[in-house]
Design a protein around this ligand. Sequence first.
Ligand SMILES: C[S@@+](CC[C@H](N)C(=O)[O-])C[C@H]1O[C@@H](n2cnc3c(N)ncnc32)[C@H](O)[C@@H]1O
Length: 391
Amino acid sequence: MNKKDIEVVELFAGVGGFRLGLEKTSNSFKTIWANQWEPSTQAQHAADVYQEHWNDGTLVNEDISLVWENVPKHDLLVGGFPCQDYSVAQTKAKGIQGKKGVLWWEIYKIVKKNKPSMILLENVDRLLKSPVNQRGRDFAIMLSSLNELGYIVEWRTINAADYGFPQKRKRVFIFARKSNSKKTPTKKFIEKESIFRNEFPVETFYDSKQIDLNKYEDLIDITQKYKEGKFAESGVSIKGKVFHTKYKASLSKQTPFKDILDKNQKNYKFLTDKQREIAAYQKSSKRIERQSKETGFKYLYSEGKMSYPEVMELPGRTMLTSEGTINRSSHFIKSGKGIRFMTPIEAERMNGFDDNWTSSKHDRFRYFAMGNALVVGIISKIGKEIIKNVK
Ligand SMILES: C[S@@+](CC[C@H](N)C(=O)[O-])C[C@H]1O[C@@H](n2cnc3c(N)ncnc32)[C@H](O)[C@@H]1O
């Protein structure tokens, strides 16, 4: 191993979006250990795909909660993990304990044990406002616990389409670095020191706020009493002091859907007349009376009209794991006289994976994997800044 290598551990690896993004930036990134385990199926398709691309023994295909102690020392920990309930309770031994099965606590234990100098995580932007009945509490727990372990934590919600990628995919990226700094974070930090400052240019920051998490005694106190509300799209937290702000991206030239079309007509699957009818209905605006199963309460559910077929002059909408089914969120494309599903290759292109990255698997999984994955180019951009930082 070269001395200037950055040793990476990849958690919740899926089909390898983080690794691919980092490797596309620099060969200084060396993934030394990775983990992927799909709890809901016996088949381990994502792990298979990962191993097809990196058959070097780095991937451990087991539940992270069973193998976290085997994670070796590393420089950079990366992973996209589920948004769950992060609340903590007191144990009988007066320690603190997060709920079983909440994967954030596996990340926390790995960080505590291995103390990597950097951490890069990805999540849905809902993380900044969860849970519904105590907005922002879960993210406050996350910030506070990483600050306690000696990390400066910054985050930014990024819509990939704003920075030239062919998908409107909004995700929060969290970057933490080990530091003894006791600075009070300000807008200046976000403008001059943030890992996001060069690759994700901003037109303006506005509506900034501060929060002092030190007024809470510990994570249990945050769990019970946190009431500062949700976190804005961009921010930094140093030793419990948080500065956060909304921002308007300085837009790059957009990449429209038409630029990533799969030209191979053999891959096209057309909708039948019946399917076209259902898809058109699902995309239409509607007001439906529904009844709550729990309370019996009747209410009007309404949803707006969506373009059908897809507008080719704009970036695609967010891809979900249900892509490829007849569904309101799937992409349907006009092609000749017919309307077709988006092809698996188009799904891969939307995220910036190489064509046929998942082609050893059936289509249903290929769409599912891309709905779970991330925009690889965003990781490459952050990777570029990590390399500069380390130098
Ligand atoms: C949001 S996806 C991450 C996708 C990944 N970033 C990619 O580029 O493909 C989360 C992944 O965590 C995996 N996972 C869920 N529970 C897990 C567990 N207990 N241990 C290990 N992996 C788990 C899922 O199978 C899924 O592939």
